[in-house]
Design a binder for this molecule. Sequence first.
Ligand SMILES: Cc1cc2nc3c(=O)[nH]c(=O)nc-3n(C[C@H](O)[C@H](O)[C@H](O)COP(=O)(O)OP(=O)(O)OC[C@H]3O[C@@H](n4cnc5c(N)ncnc54)[C@H](O)[C@@H]3O)c2cc1C
Length: 409
Amino acid sequence: MNETSNISFDNTETAFAAKSDKQLKKAHFLFSIMGKPWLVKMGLKLTPLAIRWHLPFTKPVIRNTIFQQFVGGETLEQTAPVAAKLMQYNVQVILDYGVEGKEGEENFEHAREEFKRVIEYASTQPNIPFMSVKMTGFARFALLEKLDSIMSSLSGSLMKRYLTAVDKLSAEEKEEWHRVRLRVMQVCECGAAKNVGVFIDAEETWIQEPLDALTMLMMDTFNKEKAVVFNTLQLYRHDRLQFLKDSFEAAEERKFILGAKLVRGAYMEKERKRAAEMNYPSPIQPDKESCDKDYNEAVKFCVQHLDKISLIVASHNEYSNLYTTQLLDEKGLPHNHPHVHFSQLYGMSDNITFNLAKAGCSVSKYLPFGPIKDVIPYLMRRAQENSSVSGQTGRELGLIKKEIKRRGV
Ligand SMILES: Cc1cc2nc3c(=O)[nH]c(=O)nc-3n(C[C@H](O)[C@H](O)[C@H](O)COP(=O)(O)OP(=O)(O)OC[C@H]3O[C@@H](n4cnc5c(N)ncnc54)[C@H](O)[C@@H]3O)c2cc1C
């Protein structure tokens, strides 16, 4: 499976070329720890408490371990050396202002300014073509939840349900939603003006409907000539392959380029738990195999329509990445086709990123930044992902060990 398309993900010399011996050993230590689920479970419980209680050792410990592995820095400026290092290996960067879970109009306004600042900065850099946004950074979670719940109770197209749902809000809520739309619009406008792509992250299913609708509206506005705005589709949901096809139909009808960032999804356990607790059918696929099948089908659908879809393969799955390059080969398209981009999270799957870059693919690292206390939810998801995904930590650790042995350090 690893040798198709003349690309191999087994070359650890290429994979870890950017890492010093010391960094490699640190990564070895960290992935060994994350391989122990009981330790991760304990860490997930204790870390938020330690942060809340301002325990003096907490921040230095986090900064020197998991933060350093998965985050670019505490400020935008601190990401510069990381981006410069990645550029040496033809790896691009997607900047992510990783602050999560902050509510209140003041914080939302601040987030909008921060995102615009990220775009301005990215536009001056040679290897930062995209940035990513979480709409929960701009909107009250409860308002999104309300809109979602109204939309889900209606039938008809996404847009029709969205417009009806907004209409059902109170006058005050309508004004609040208007401010959300303005914030999103201003960020996308800035992205379009500065030629920096804007990825809208996918979040929990119980707020996703208004996120999808607003993102479609943004694509309709800004993606007429080229893809500026990208929606994220979580293929761990059993309805997303159909949603991709529906989105494509809407894009064809409205004559815009569909920006499609494909992920499997980061909230599986939370989704299943909520569905069980509230007694509704789980939105998640019955098993990993079905999730993989839909993911790869979605990739295939996008590659079949590359003239009208701009695809981001956002995955650490070796097969899905290779499969994309194979599909391009079959169609006689170059691996660096302008409508195909690969991306992995910073700190994970360097074997995929760096080997894709070496093979001439357009590939990036998704690089979050932000103050330690504000990126804790992101770090928690990474710790959880690396301990719960079967084989993930084992694979990372195996590759790191192989490279340590090769270097003889
Ligand atoms: C650039 C980038 C951007 C991202 N943006 C987002 C985003 O906006 N929103 C978001 O939610 N996530 C996002 N992610 C995170 C992403 O969802 C996880 O990293 C991803 O799910 C891990 O899957 P994988 O494709 O790397 O492959 P794998 O490691 O092969 O798959 C693991 C994933 O498969 C799914 N899965 C595992 N077991 C089962 C099962 N039994 N049944 C059904 N499904 C199962 C889960 O989604 C799990 O995370 C992003 C990732 C990247 C690389």
